[in-house]
Design a protein around this ligand. Structure first.
Ligand code: MD3
Ligand code: FE
Length: 207
């Protein structure tokens, strides 16, 4: 389950009832105050993944409190219950929650054709771990190295209910999602098709 130093995969960590709750919460966040949308990159490219944020709004490549690149609305609050899930996740992965205090979540929805290219997450001013929860269709998750977007990397299948915690030396590794495995969904979680990924982070921005 430790894929690389600080990168811990706990398959099936999230019970079915919690998956259902999280899918319902994501449906609500997707409606507003900032609607879930395909992020437009500064070069004009449009991400195939759809995203909605809590606590802080991620726009390429900074965090803000309002969704300046969508409808200008203040983002939904980051709920305390989700911070508690995050602490439980870090404690189960590392044996101690380390005082984990996430203040933002990025909710990503992948239709069958969506992908995410290899990238690093560097907008946070914190080296606290990233907690990732997957629900719905499985995917191929590509976990690389801290130097280049290319090899060496390891491909791992992420399935509904899986937890992945990325901390320590893995926090700034390149990673991406080259493929969604359609037809592997989780109707019991209320998601018949597509994949949801929720990542919890500490922005280190305060206020
Ligand atoms: C490793 N999301 O939102 S989750 C992202 O499945 C992102 O939606 C992917 O990459 C997804 O930025 C991958 C796993 C993940 C998330 C953040 C990481 C792995 C990470 C940050 C550092 C290292
Ligand atoms: Fe990422």
């Amino acid at each position: 389950q430790e894929v690389a130093p600080g990168a811990v995969h706990l398959p099936g960590w999230l019970p079915a009832e919690r998956r259902r709750e999280l899918v319902e919460a994501c449906r609500s966040w997707a409606r507003g105050p900032v609607p879930m949308r395909h992020t437009v990159l500064p070069n004009g490219g449009v991400m195939s993944v759809q995203t909605v944020c809590l606590g802080w709004h991620w726009q390429p490549y900074r965090y803000s409190r309002t969704a300046d690149d969508v409808n200008g609305a203040p983002v939904a609050a980051f709920p305390e219950w989700l911070a508690e899930w995050g602490r439980a996740a870090v404690a189960d992965a590392y044996g101690d929650d380390g005082g984990y205090a996430p203040d933002t979540a990025l909710v990503n929805f992948y239709g069958g054709a969506a992908r995410m290219g290899m990238h690093q997450d560097k907008e946070e001013r914190s080296s606290a771990p990233v907690v990732s929860l997957s629900i719905g269709d499985a995917c191929v998750f590509r976990f690389g190295n801290t130097e280049t977007r290319g090899r060496p990397y390891t491909d791992v299948e992420l399935r509904s209910g899986d937890l992945f915690v990325f901390g320590g030396p893995s926090r700034f590794a390149y990673h991406g999602v080259p493929k969604v495995l359609t037809g592997t969904g989780d109707p019991a979680a209320g998601l018949d098709s597509g994949r949801l990924n929720i990542t919890l982070r500490e922005t280190g921005l305060g206020g």
